[in-house]
Design a protein around this ligand. Sequence first.
Ligand SMILES: Cc1cc2nc3c(=O)[nH]c(=O)nc-3n(C[C@H](O)[C@H](O)[C@H](O)COP(=O)(O)O)c2cc1C
Length: 134
Amino acid sequence: MVTLTAEMKEVFAKNKIFAIATASKTGMPNVAPMATVQIVADDTIWIGDNYMVKTLANVKENPRMALYVWDPEKKRCFQFKGDVTVKTSGPDYEKIKAQIKAKGPHYPAKGLLIVKITEVFDCTPGSNAGKKIG
Ligand SMILES: Cc1cc2nc3c(=O)[nH]c(=O)nc-3n(C[C@H](O)[C@H](O)[C@H](O)COP(=O)(O)O)c2cc1C
């Protein structure tokens, strides 16, 4: 299990739009912008599905994801990789649905992607770049 550090969470909080990377079973890469992205536990990120197409198809056939966070002021960058579970019912789904609908009732709130972080890498330019740190 990976535990996100306070610094990783601080850098995460500086980001508003996240580049969400997935791949199909055959390895075709995909990246999409997502805003409904939040840390809900020391090793878990939630992403709200409103309009996912390839992202959703990919995690259904290849349940892995990568994203990075970047703080331009502190010049710190972290890459997160994790295992994905899709929920379209149940208490966790209902919670994110309520959050999304509170932002705008027109949002479809189709589902919830639960990402269990399995690895963290440093992507800060410099000598530590690419090193596994979690
Ligand atoms: C700034 C921004 C934020 C977005 N946030 C989300 C989001 O949180 N959830 C979502 O499902 N779609 C979001 N979208 C829409 C998806 O990026 C869009 O539907 C995209 O086509 C999905 O790509 P895919 O087919 O690779 O999954 C956002 C788009 C932009 C431009």
